[in-house]
Design a protein around this ligand. Structure first.
Ligand SMILES: NC(=O)c1ccc[n+]([C@@H]2O[C@H](COP(=O)([O-])OP(=O)(O)OC[C@H]3O[C@@H](n4cnc5c(N)ncnc54)[C@H](OP(=O)(O)O)[C@@H]3O)[C@@H](O)[C@H]2O)c1
Length: 247
């Protein structure tokens, strides 16, 4: 896709943080935004600011992705951004939390992509965006399930990109490091490190929109995070040793 003006985008997790910033930027580009999340009042505020429409839905519910996709209809851009974290030793993680992370972070985006992709391919126009995390590239102790859900999105995106090559549909993965949003408060465990410093959600939104406009396969925010991710692929033993020592 070269131009977002006049297109329609469905943004999940649009009530807060990266999703709200993305919806705002897309609307500025002339995109009609369809906003979803659970918090009706917050969604309405973003809808008022962007001229968009909203639907409150809990993506932890089994039928939610189908309901959201049916409500949205034909979309040019799907931004799968909604996500939740959980931090702590895996042995202490309640099964209900594990299931919730997998449902919201993985099943819902896969189901949404499956629902909107046929229309995009038929119209020979569209873009899927999956919001992953640096945790999904590196692995993070005490975030095992979260990291696994985010890794799943990257592999899903790489695979679908092969399938839709030449169809006019693009697929991008956005890999943020640490972002200054409500994410850490909501998971109940604050961000434990001093570095990398959190970036504002608007910076992630800019990278995300740029990825759609330039059809980029993967963007890191901040950009330097590409280095540890690539090193992890090239020399995993060294990176694991460094991570064990420096976190
Ligand atoms: N913050 C970071 O450091 C960071 C780093 C890397 C990746 N990410 C990823 O970035 C994405 C956005 O996170 P954020 O930082 O912007 O955090 P956030 O401010 O907490 O936003 C999370 C969004 O997801 C929605 N959401 C959560 N559970 C949901 C559910 N069951 N059903 C529907 N919507 C749900 C929330 O909507 P409601 O509150 O309305 O339900 C909210 O709009 C997530 O996928 C996260 O994993 C964040």
């Amino acid at each position: 896709m070269t131009s977002l003006a006049g297109s329609t985008a469905l943004v999940t997790g649009a009530s807060s943080g990266i999703g709200a910033a993305t919806a705002t930027l897309l609307a500025r580009r002339g995109t009609r935004v369809l906003l979803t999340g659970r918090d009706e009042a917050a969604l309405r505020r973003v809808a008022d600011a962007t001229g968009g429409n909203h639907l409150a839905a809990d993506l932890g519910d089994d039928d939610a992705a189908a309901r959201v996709a049916g409500w949205a209809g034909a979309v040019d851009v799907l931004v799968c951004n909604a996500g939740v974290g959980w931090a702590g030793p895996l042995v202490d993680m309640p099964t209900a939390d594990l299931d919730r992370l997998v449902t919201v972070n993985v099943l819902a985006p896969l189901r949404l992509a499956r629902a909107v992709l046929p229309g995009m391919v038929a119209r020979r126009r569209g873009h899927l965006v999956l919001v992953s995390s640096i945790a999904g590239c590196m692995g993070v102790g005490e975030e095992a399930v979260y990291a696994a859900t985010k890794a799943a999105l990257r592999t899903f995106a790489d695979s679908v990109r092969y399938e839709v090559a030449g169809s006019g549909v693009g697929v991008s993965v956005v890999v943020p490091g640490v972002v200054d949003t409500a994410f850490f408060d909501r998971r109940g465990t604050p961000y434990p490190r001093r570095r990398p410093r959190p970036v504002p959600p608007e910076e992630v939104a800019r990278a995300l929109v740029d990825a759609v406009e330039r059809d980029r396969a993967e963007v890191f925010v901040p950009r330097w995070l590409r280095l540890p991710a690539r090193l992890h692929g090239a020399v995993p033993g060294l990176v694991r040793t460094l991570q064990r020592h420096f976190g």
